[in-house]
Design a protein around this ligand. Structure first.
Ligand SMILES: Cc1ncc(COP(=O)(O)O)c(C=O)c1O
Length: 356
């Protein structure tokens, strides 16, 4: 493989003179801070939020580096992994010229960001077993293909994608391969972060929004080579992760043991919920899941979706997505929420199919 990041990055980003913030120019421990036009009197609400946050989130990265056993220099943090996705497009894809490859059904933000940036989208749909169509992906690659987006475990199908397939793509493709592992902690699969050392074109996305239970905090993690992280740092807003998020993330990251217990509890509930739903009459399929949600195929899925809304239960109707007809994506809730869902589904099935 002939991978050269300088050939991948947008030429204007390569030459970009990045913004240099006050905190970039002075990083020591002074007492009198008159360099950033902050309000030295502080807010009546909380005195210590009057200062800008650390632009490179060093403490948070050190903690993540320790937990993940990845050097802090290979970590980029975003305002959710959605911000990492946005920055990857703006760093590497030239509008009106480059293209990306997606494998639907998958997380829709890859497509949305491609459209925002006027990047052509090439599509290699997952096979009927929701695995990658590697031959199709390889056929689609051309000189302007910058990023192949792979989501594993995949949203909305819930399954992990075959590791060998992903490695084949990493080995054969000279552009970037993003493996979005938003749900990896619910899976027994090994994270691709351990392969960063082998593949300079690999980027792994993870998030505090799912297994860590902190979707409201907005902290996404991007793991990649130092060169890739350095380019992304050029493009990001100077203070993209606010102080509150950095403080709370540091606290949360202390609780690995507790989070692991919670993950196990969610996985146990997912397995139990899948069994109950699979046993219901007329349910065609509950797809295997390595996540905190289930994809359920059932006739008249959109009607069931509407019925659940009348019962105050919101799931996601994914029926309009490629290869996903009559399918609802259902997040595993609390024990009580899962029971409410199952009762409502049972009632709807009885009402809808009683004459069959
Ligand atoms: C596969 C995938 N990637 C990324 C995200 C976005 O995560 P974040 O909350 O970190 O922006 C989601 C959210 O649902 C997701 O499903």
């Amino acid at each position: 493989m002939q991978f050269d990041i300088k050939k991948i990055v947008r030429p204007n980003i390569e030459t970009l003179k990045a913004y240099s913030s006050a905190k970039d120019e002075y990083t020591g421990e002074a007492n009198v801070l008159l360099d950033a036009n902050e309000n030295s009197l502080g807010s009546p609400l909380t005195k210590w939020y009057n200062r800008y946050p650390d632009p490179y989130q060093k403490e948070v990265k050190e903690k993540i580096a320790y937990i993940k056993q990845i050097p802090a220099s290979k970590i980029f943090l975003g305002n959710g992994s959605d911000e990492c996705i946005d920055i990857l497009f703006r760093t590497f894809c030239v509008p009106g010229q480059d293209n990306i490859i997606i494998c639907p059904p998958t997380y829709p933000m890859y497509e949305v960001n491609a459209n925002i940036n006027n990047i052509e989208i090439k599509s290699a749909p997952l096979l009927s077993d929701y695995q990658l169509n590697v031959a199709h992906i390889e056929q689609l690659v051309d000189d302007h293909t910058k990023i192949i987006w792979i989501c594993s475990p995949n949203n909305p199908t819930g399954n992990s994608l075959d590791r060998i397939d992903i490695e084949t793509i990493l080995n054969h493709f000279n552009g970037l391969v993003v493996v979005d592992e938003a749900y990896i902690n619910f899976s027994k699969q090994k994270s691709f972060t351990s392969s960063l050392i082998d593949y300079p074109n690999l980027i792994v996305l993870q998030t505090l929004s799912k297994a860590w239970g902190l979707a409201g905090l907005r902290l996404g993690m991007c793991f990649a080579s130092e060169a890739i992280v350095a380019y992304m740092n050029k493009v990001k807003a100077p203070y993209n992760i606010n102080i509150v998020t950095q403080e709370l993330a540091l606290l949360a990251l202390e609780e690995v043991g507790q989070v692991n217990d919670m993950i196990q509890h969610l996985v146990d509930m997912r397995i139990a919920l899948a069994e109950v739903i699979q046993g219901m009459p007329h349910v065609e399929k509950v797809y295997p899941s390595d996540t905190n949600f289930l994809l359920v195929k059932i006739p008249k899925a959109s009607q069931l979706y509407q019925y659940l809304l009348t019962q105050g239960i919101v799931v996601r109707d994914r029926s309009s997505l490629e290869n996903c007809s009559d399918s609802l994506r259902i997040t595993v809730g609390t024990e009580q929420e899962n029971t409410q869902l199952v009762d409502a589904m049972a009632k709807w099935i009885e009402l809808t199919f009683s004459n069959d």
